[in-house]
Write a protein that binds this ligand. Structure first.
Ligand code: PEP
Ligand code: MN
Length: 376
């Protein structure tokens, strides 16, 4: 499909000797020393693997009375830190005043945050402020899963003449409680790639996961989808961070994660059945991760159910409900070509684990399950 976007390839404005392109740095600039230390530690531990230094200067927060960023004073901290370690720098801009200040301080790349991408007026104002300026802009997805809104923001910037354009996929807000802070909904950036293959897509596992133990898996998933890079929040003392503490990692951990990433070739070399095997295994690993994450989510729901049962003094195990679950699973399994024996064994294990979680909530104790007792 012919594209409407004329984009300068990311390699021309964010050179990375080796893929993926990586942006790292603290969620927020908290002080001159913290920004400088972040830069030095990133350069020390992940030299050559990080290509752009980030720090939030203006922080659009969900609720008032939280830390909303140090403001313009932080721009020279970031720029100087970048100069010290020889790295370009990026900040989030949410209005024309931010754009003007960032450009005045020589910020190399701008990004538009999820809470701004949702607002066409705000994006248009930013685009107008950028008219005639040759600065790269990365557009985070809107907080809600609306691809058209995301594309609309790109069109507004492109319409103002921005050609060094890319996106950052940071997951989408959902009311449903999930293991993720912002569930990835990979199908949305995949559709963006299908429609506009020339737009570079970076992945932000930090805001997606919301918890640091999820970052490595999400980063690998992003690369497995064939996306171009990562933005990972990195702080010298993550637990003491003034914003997003739970999801930030140390520069040492960042280096480990980057080192462990498997970068797969976008296309199979001819006659390489081994490469095909690798790719298939990567898909299997990704699916296994999903299965475990979904099971963890399911057990979280079981605990909520446990609370309700406790409140209403209902029995933990309810025969009719269990029979209903098994019947549904058997039917679904049959459609997918899975045997009855497999589905029964699988659900027996899931049910036992669920009972264990519920019992913990209802009786406040751990129970041992032997894989048989709760099976009808
Ligand atoms: C951020 O990157 O610090 C940020 C605020 O992200 P998002 O816009 O994705 O919430
Ligand atoms: Mn953040």
């Amino acid at each position: 499909m012919a594209s409407k976007f004329q984009i300068s390839p990311i390699q021309t404005w964010l050179p990375a000797a080796e893929a993926p392109v990586v942006i790292a740095g603290p969620c927020s600039a908290e002080g001159e020393e913290q920004v400088m230390l972040s830069a030095h530690l990133i350069a020390k531990h992940a030299a050559g693997r990080v290509h752009l230094l980030r720090a939030g200067i203006w922080k659009p927060r969900t609720r008032p009375n939280t830390f909303e960023g140090v403001g313009e004073i932080g721009l020279p901290w970031l720029k100087n830190a970048g100069n010290e370690v020889g790295m370009p720098v990026t900040v989030e801009v949410a209005n024309p005043e931010h754009v003007e200040a960032a450009l005045r301080h020589g910020i190399d790349v701008l990004w538009i945050g999820a809470r701004t991408t949702v607002s066409p007026f705000a994006v248009q104002e930013i685009a107008e402020a950028l008219r005639g300026v040759d600065v790269p802009v990365l557009v985070k997805n809107p907080i809600n899963p609306d691809l058209e809104l995301w594309i609309g923001a790109l069109e507004r910037l492109h319409g103002a003449g921005i050609r060094k354009l890319g996106v950052i996929h940071r997951g989408f807000s959902s009311y449903e409680k999930s293991v993720y802070r912002n569930p990835p909904m990979w199908e949305i950036p995949i559709e963006l790639r299908r429609r506009f293959p020339e737009i570079p897509i970076l992945v932000d596992p930090s805001h997606m996961g919301g918890k640091r133990h999820l970052i490595a898996t999400l980063a690998q998933q992003g690369l497995d989808m064939g996306f171009d890079g990562l933005m990972i929040e990195t702080h010298p003392h993550p637990d003491k961070a003034w914003s997003d503490a739970a999801q930030q990692i140390t520069p040492q951990r960042l280096a480990e994660i980057l080192q462990g990433l498997i970068v797969r070739k976008p296309t199979l070399p001819e006659n390489s059945s081994l490469q095909a095997l690798h790719d298939l295994r990567a898909r299997v690993d990704r699916i296994d991760d999903y299965i475990i994450e979904l099971l963890a989510e399911r057990m979280g729901i079981s605990e909520q159910i446990g609370k309700v049962k406790k409140e209403h003094q209902l029995a933990i195990h309810q025969k009719e409900r269990w029979a209903q679950i098994v019947a549904r699973a058997l039917q679904k399994g049959k459609t997918g070509g899975l045997t009855e024996e497999f589905i029964l064994k699988l659900f027996q294990q899931i049910h036992n684990e669920s009972i264990r979680h519920q019992t913990k909530v209802v009786a406040g104790e751990e129970v041992a399950t032997n894989g048989q007792i709760f099976f009808p």
